[in-house]
Design a protein. Structure first.
Length: 210
């Protein structure tokens, strides 16, 4: 538990404990900071939208990867550059990034290493991956190869912690971060909310209200 600032609504506060804290952990794991370039793969999702906004507050140059329908959203929340993955494969481009935060798991590790700078950091989410083994093959590959590379390959295993909540809530309170909510459902329509999540890739978060 952490105190909720008066300026933050209950719906906004509900989005912070998992998605926003995971985004903060990912940026810290990637050692994102002023002057660095960060690529966020999966920039329009629950964690991705927070990652883009938090990265901007850290003074980094942010590139977000998303689909066509989400490009304007990702641009509106602060991404300096937006790549539409339906039209362009970033792993085949000439761009190089200091940090890659992979929240989608739709490319091989070797492909993302291609766009990392020589001493760059790749952060792989433990929540994204294949239908059978999930992220396990990619996380194992990162752990096995990282000691032999100048690049650092790290797995993100989100920890439940209140440590970052005061910071995150404070940013929302002063308007430096805005939780993106695709839809809000009353609690008695939880089944409908879950069906929507199963059918669509939600932009930002789905919130249940009492």
């Amino acid at each position: 538990m952490a105190p909720k600032p008066a300026e933050v609504t209950f719906a906004q506060a509900a989005t912070l404990p998992v998605a926003a804290t995971t985004a903060l952990q990912a940026l810290r794991l990637g050692e994102a900071g002023p002057g660095r370039t960060v690529l966020v793969n999966g920039a329009s999702g629950g964690v991705g939208t927070f990652t883009v906004q938090l990265a901007r507050t850290l003074g980094v140059e942010v590139t977000g990867i998303c689909s066509t329908r989400n490009a304007e959203l990702v641009r509106s929340i602060g991404a300096h550059h937006v790549i539409d993955h339906t039209r362009e494969d970033v792993t085949r481009g000439s761009g190089r990034f200091d940090v890659v935060i992979d929240l989608a798991g739709n490319h091989r590790l070797s492909e993302f290493r291609r766009v990392l700078t020589p001493k760059g950091v790749y952060v792989s989410s433990s929540g994204a991956g294949g239908a059978v083994l999930g992220p396990l093959p990619r996380l194992i590959a990162a752990a096995a190869t990282s000691p032999f590379l100048s690049q650092r390959l790290r797995g993100l295993a989100s920890r439940r912690s209140t440590e970052g909540l005061p910071l995150l809530a404070g940013l929302v309170a002063v308007g430096k971060g805005t939780p993106v909510t695709e839809r809000t459902y009353p609690l008695h329509e939880t089944a409908d909310a879950i069906r929507f999540l199963e059918a669509e890739h939600a932009r930002g978060k789905i919130v249940l209200t009492a």
